[in-house]
Ligand binder design. Structure first.
Ligand SMILES: Nc1ncnc2c1ncn2[C@@H]1O[C@H](COS(=O)(=O)NC(=O)[C@@H](N)CO)[C@@H](O)[C@H]1O
Length: 420
């Protein structure tokens, strides 16, 4: 969300953001509604002041004056009530439009309609060249008994999987390892539920635009989140944090659920795009200062890159375009890991700065150094998400005999065995 004052003072910047993020939004209607609501509120206040003024006159009035005074007070109160009633429809429409407003994107983001406009800003590591015909992760798992991708679909439907044996163990170890690594950066580990109320999704930004991608528990008015970001955004909603409580740094672990409604036919084989997965999420609430946000953005990105470097996975960092970064982002850098069987890099991490767009929706505020209560800034980034990260791990480190030789950091995790 943006502040209405910002919108009034920077209509062109907001109009450009709406265009560059492919948002359908009538900004003139929003501003007109804001003006109508503002003048109606001023009129209501004036009527209420008039009614109170007349009531004050009542006690000293003569018996002849009282009926007229009572009539005028009643009329003022009635008119105020009618205006108030008319306001509720306008206020609902105004709030709905405010929730659809995009954040102003970073000036260095490529302007474009979708991921085709994304730019590679750096590449780390070299994709392996095999002197044998490499297998894809599904074949590797089948050869080693590391997964069930067929029987389970009778139980749970498409885009579900079972990990088995040492691969199942590796996933658990990877999550603990990611938590520990991020804890080492001063982040507090916290496990959060995927279950959350509708409000939490509005505050985080998933609703109203991406409701379709979210599982709903209708009988209970609850939903299943696709990222710990939902719970972590709602955790301090409505509080006023003290400046010495900032930055709030969470390493959030949660199961993640996604309907993938818009992904029919994409990544249907294997572990890249599934309905349920696990993730360690880096989440920051910091002071409302662009330089501080930029510092945390770089740290979040660096922490994820450090994990990829330890896993010896070749990757590239992307500057995400205005059309691909999503409504609430000021800036988004995805990290894409090399997937040999596809011969290309695929997104495994997503690092975002939102400034106060999310904090305004979630009413996340703090008392700044001058004692003023202001909206905070928030950021989030993937530390590690599985099973998607297993794809580059298995495929990049496979050997000619169909085994997987773990990089040093991981074979220490797995009790010293150098093979999975
Ligand atoms: N359907 C899915 N199946 C498997 N992994 C997924 C799926 N959707 C997302 N992920 C993983 O979760 C990571 C983060 O997802 S994201 O939507 O891009 N970003 C977020 O959720 C942010 N909160 C940062 O983590 C992705 O980079 C990917 O590694």
């Amino acid at each position: 969300m943006l502040s209405i004052d910002f919108i009034r003072e920077n209509p062109d910047a907001v109009r450009k953001a709406i265009a560059d993020k492919n948002v359908e939004l009538d900004l003139d209607r929003l501003i007109a509604l804001a003006d109508e609501i503002k003048s109606a509120r001023q009129e209501i206040d004036a009527l209420r002041t008039e009614r109170n003024r007349i009531s004050d006159m009542f006690k000293d009035a003569s018996n002849e004056e009282k009926p007229e005074l009572g009539k005028r007070a009643k009329e003022a109160g009635k008119k105020a009530g009618e205006l108030e009633k008319g306001l509720s429809d306008q206020t609902d429409e105004y709030k709905a439009l405010m929730l659809q407003l995009p954040n102003i994107p970073y000036g260095g983001a490529p302007v474009g309609p979708d991921e085709s406009a994304n730019e590679v800003i750096r590449t780390e590591g070299t994709p392996p060249s095999f002197d044998f015909e490499p297998l894809d992760h599904v074949a590797l798992m089948e050869k080693n008994g590391w997964a069930d991708l067929s029987r389970i679909t009778q139980v749970s439907g498409s885009r579900t999987y079972c990990l088995k044996g040492r691969l199942a163990l590796l996933e658990q170890k990877l999550m603990a390892w990611a938590l520990e690594e991020i804890m080492g950066n001063g982040f507090d580990p916290i496990t959060v539920p995927a279950i959350a109320r509708e409000d939490a999704f509005i505050r985080q930004g998933q609703f109203p635009g991406h409701r379709e991608e979210t599982y709903e528990l209708e009988k209970d008015d609850l939903f299943l989140a696709g990222t710990a970001e939902v719970a972590l955004t709602g955790l301090h909603s409505g509080e006023i944090l003290e400046s010495d409580q900032l930055p709030v740094l969470y390493a959030g672990y949660s199961p993640c659920f996604r309907r993938e409604a818009g992904s029919a036919g994409r990544d249907v084989r294997g572990l890249l795009r599934v309905h349920q997965f696990v993730k360690v999420e880096q989440y920051v609430i910091c002071e409302a200062d662009e330089a501080v946000s930029a510092k945390w953005h770089a740290r979040l990105l660096g922490a994820a890159e450090k994990l990829l470097q330890a896993m010896e996975i070749p990757y590239q960092v992307i500057e995400t375009s205005t059309g691909d970064m999503g409504l609430g982002k000021y800036r988004m850098n995805d990290i894409e890991s090399w997937v040999p069987s596809l011969g290309k890099y695929r997104e495994t991490h997503s690092c975002s700065t939102l400034h106060d767009w999310q904090a305004r929706r979630a009413n996340l505020r703090y008392r700044n150094a001058e004692g003023k209560v202001v909206f905070a800034h928030t950021l989030n980034n993937t530390a590690l998400a599985s099973p998607r990260i297993l794809v580059p791990i298995l495929e990049n480190h496979q050997t000619a005999d169909g085994r997987v030789k773990l990089p040093k950091a991981l074979h220490e995790l797995m009790g010293g065995d150098e093979y999975l």
